[in-house]
Design a protein around this ligand. Structure first.
Ligand code: SR1
Ligand code: MG
Length: 394
């Protein structure tokens, strides 16, 4: 593929992104193209290049050498672009169209050129508007089962697994999660942000040493258990949807970690929806239940179809599933708390227009988050988890 090759990194502009698209020859020679920077995430530039006549488009995502959400005072390497492109390609080999197709990637320029998904909606935005996505939990459950099983030691030759562990070593983005999910919200840290009215609730949380010990155990799992290749940031802003399809995007936080992490982050982001709505709770609870059921059924099927000598030992699969389930409850609890009082909030809660209702929803996320972390080992089934969640929304 002939391209306009830039040999050194420089942030793209709408002009240079268009030149790159022309060089890639994805479009017919001479077609008129338009380009717009549409990135609204925390870290990267995202350009959409469109062929004017047909509306056919591509996305060019480029990592910036700093965290866009804070600015140049928070430097980051552009290594995450290589991780993201590699993760998308590997995930696609296990889940097909549940992730976008990558047309081209260049680690020097830190770009990934991929399928344009702008006909779909970001799940968080659609759910906030009250849209229903019947396939969402089925597709995310399948994504989780396939990516987590087929990148784990349960499926891979040990040499291949260790190659992937090296390829997906992602210390900088892991550090963001270690700080923003597992540490800062539980201490009086400068990165935290919350309404004055929540100060007493937050102080109560910071004074809770039982909670801190359980979060320390969860952080230890995140730091030390390289079980499977995680997406690493599986919130509803990382998922495009419509009525018929689901696409999981943005795996720049991918690394080898504990299976329960992705599941827990997704569940927590559904919980924000339940917390923000006065109706439709049942649909969200259904998605939580279905995600786990689809995940555990497909993961068990893969396990029974392959695996080593130990995967045939009675009780081992059940042990792995129960550990992942209880970890995911704890990780969901951490996500509930950090998105409420930490650095990166969610629209589901922040955009609740009525102040009292907003504060109430946030308090619920804090108390529910705490209960999920502390009681995770006493919750043995998805039905029990739903009862705990429902109790907080009654
Ligand atoms: C500085 S990045 C803040 C958050 O945005 C990403 O999507 C991750 O969730 C991260 O924690
Ligand atoms: Mg992202």
């Amino acid at each position: 593929m002939a391209i306009t090759k830039l040999n050194t990194y420089q942030p793209l502009t709408e002009q240079s992104a268009t030149a790159l698209a022309i060089g890639l020859r994805i479009f017919e020679d001479g077609t008129l193209l338009t380009c717009e920077e549409i990135g609204d995430g925390n870290l990267n530039l995202v350009f959409r290049v469109l062929e004017r006549e047909t509306g056919k488009g591509i996305i060019i995502k480029q990592a910036l050498p700093y965290a866009k959400v804070v600015g140049e005072s928070w430097p980051l390497t552009i290594e995450r672009a290589r991780i993201e492109a590699s993760a998308l390609k590997l995930q696609r080999s296990f889940v097909g169209d549940l992730v976008p197709e990558v047309y081209y990637s260049d680690p020097t320029l830190a770009i990934t050129v991929m399928e344009d998904l702008s006909a779909l909606t970001i799940a968080r935005a659609g759910l906030i508007k009250g849209e229903k996505y019947p396939r969402l939990s089925h597709d995310v459950g399948t994504f989780l089962a396939n990516t987590l099983y087929f990148t784990s030691d349960y499926a891979l030759h040990p040499f291949k697994k260790k190659e992937y562990v090296k390829e997906f070593s992602n210390p900088e983005l892991c550090k963001i999660t270690e700080d923003l999910v597992f540490t800062d919200p539980f201490f009086n840290s400068e990165t935290n942000e919350f309404e004055e009215e929540l100060s007493r609730d937050v102080q109560h949380l910071w004074d809770d040493f039982t909670l801190k010990l359980e979060v320390a155990k969860l952080k230890k799992s995140f730091l030390t258990e390289g079980e499977a290749l995680l997406h690493g940031d599986l919130h509803t802003g990382s998922i495009f949807v419509d009525q018929n399809q689901t696409k999981v995007i943005d795996p720049e936080f991918a690394f080898y970690g504990p299976i329960g992490f992705d599941i827990g982050q997704f569940i927590a982001n559904l919980i924000f929806q339940a917390a923000s709505k006065t109706d439709e709770g049942e649909t969200i609870l259904y998605h939580i239940e279905n995600t786990w059921n689809v995940f555990s059924t497909a993961f068990s099927r893969h396990w029974k179809e392959s695996g080593d000598a130990y995967t045939k030992v009675n009780g081992y699969l059940e042990y792995v599933l129960e550990k992942s389930f209880q970890d995911s409850i704890g990780f969901a609890g951490c996500e509930c708390i950090r998105r409420t009082i930490g650095l990166a909030h969610v629209e589901d809660l922040d955009a609740i227009p009525d102040k009292e209702r907003r504060l109430q929803a946030k308090r619920t996320c804090l108390t529910l988050g705490k209960e999920l972390i502390i009681k995770r080992k006493q919750i043995h089934s998805i039905e029990e988890l739903l009862s705990v969640i429902k109790f907080h929304f009654e």
